[in-house]
Design a protein around this ligand. Structure first.
Ligand SMILES: Nc1ncnc2c1ncn2[C@@H]1O[C@H](COP(=O)(O)OP(=O)(O)OP(=O)(O)O)[C@@H](O)[C@H]1O
Ligand SMILES: [Mg+2]
Length: 355
């Protein structure tokens, strides 16, 4: 699908790709492009690094609470960074029966550890936060910037894993009020505790059990939310955009990434090839090389070199796109400077929304 169509019709765009290819910069540029076509878009980074804030030049201003970065006519660009602990706490407050249950959970050491430090939790909470932003009437489009070096699917699978876990019969027994005392956490229940440990990390067992008890009654709410966020991610309102850069090693990684998405029935709607070597004029590398016999030899030789780089990148990209025959491809050329503020992001949008 063409980018403008995605920006105008979708509710969620997930920017994925391997490390350092420009996901954060491109995600911010997509949000700005969406604002340029009149949508109220928010870019959320689930990366704990502060790169999004840096990329748009708002180092200390972006947190869990969305910030309006730019208004363009009716269009808006917002930005937010995922705060896992804060998002988890707000879920607890939402689903607890009463203040007592809220307090019991928020003060539980196991809960504090799990909600503040475990990476599996981050994936689940990111999906939850995505759902909350999607349901927030201030925004029409949520653009997700995913963190580097992770399985393409972690983020999509996390809510599905949690929903399955909460439906597990043994888990239900574990939190049932008829079960009292640690002595009973033996035999058949141990696998559940181990599974819990795998999902949420390991912590002192008694804390974990106390947490699970305090959690009783809230699992329905959590399960519903997990199911909703997984339905949103897999549904027609969401598109996946693969960011790649045209070097053979990163394209190999991109292929692996695309394969694992496709094997899980997730289509990539758009590839954005970032940092493409720029072209200077229409001359080919071959012609430039012939001219390097002339005067201005060095100049022509440099130009020939730049052209052959650009041609090589084009060929690599074309080969890669053959593996994704249904997917469109957009290119962003390499800029001479790092992207460190809104001007840099605005400059990237000129490569995205070409008339
Ligand atoms: N088109 C471009 N031209 C020049 N520099 C770029 C371009 N796109 C991104 N960069 C630079 O590349 C670096 C990595 O970009 P960015 O942080 O957006 O990548 P990322 O994929 O989000 O990285 P990570 O995987 O670490 O999260 C940054 O220094 C950024 O300024
Ligand atoms: Mg990033």
């Amino acid at each position: 699908m063409k980018l403008e169509q995605l920006l105008r019709t979708k509710s969620v765009l997930v920017c994925c790709g391997t490390g350092g290819v420009g996901k954060t910069s491109v995600a911010a540029a997509l949000a700005l492009s969406a604002a340029q076509v009149g949508r109220r878009a928010i870019v959320i980074t689930i990366d704990p690094a502060r790169r999004l804030a840096d990329a748009i030049g708002l180092r200390h201003k972006i947190g869990n609470e969305p910030v309006l970065v730019q208004q363009i006519g009716d269009g808006q660009m917002w930005a937010t960074m995922l705060d896992v602990g804060e998002t988890f706490d707000s879920l607890v407050k939402q689903f607890a029966k009463n203040q007592e249950q809220t307090d019991e959970i928020l003060q539980n050491t196991f809960y504090r550890n799990v909600s503040r430090s475990i990476s599996g939790t981050r994936d689940y909470i990111a999906a939850e936060r995505l759902l909350a932003l999607h349901n927030d009437s201030r925004f029409d489009l949520v653009i997700v910037d995913t963190p580097p070096t992770r399985s393409a699917l972690a983020f999509i699978e996390a809510p599905e894993r949690l929903a399955r876990f909460l439906e597990n019969q043994l888990f239900k027994m574990l939190i049932s009020p008829t079960l009292t005392g640690m002595k009973l956490i033996t035999g058949a229940l141990q696998p559940v505790v181990r599974t819990a440990g795998k999902i949420v990390g390991t912590a002192a067992l008694d804390d974990a059990i106390a947490f699970l008890r305090a959690f009783a009654g809230m699992e329905d709410g959590f399960r519903q939310r997990a199911k909703q966020s997984s339905a949103l991610l897999r549904g027609p309102l969401t598109s996946f955009v693969l960011i790649a850069s045209a070097r053979s090693d990163t394209l190999e990684e991109a292929s692996y990434f695309a394969d694992s998405l496709q094997r899980n029935n997730i289509a990539i709607d758009l590839v954005i090839a970032n940092r493409m070597p720029p072209r200077f004029g229409d001359t080919s590398a071959e012609v430039a090389l012939t001219r390097s016999q002339d005067a201005d030899q060095d100049l022509w030789r440099n130009l020939a070199h730049l052209h052959s780089e650009a041609e090589e990148a084009d060929a690599q990209l074309a080969k890669f796109m053959l593996t994704l025959p249904m997917t469109s491809c957009l290119r962003i050329s390499e800029r001479s400077n790092d992207i460190v503020d809104l001007n840099g992001i605005t400059d990237l949008t000129t490569s995205l929304l070409v008339p």
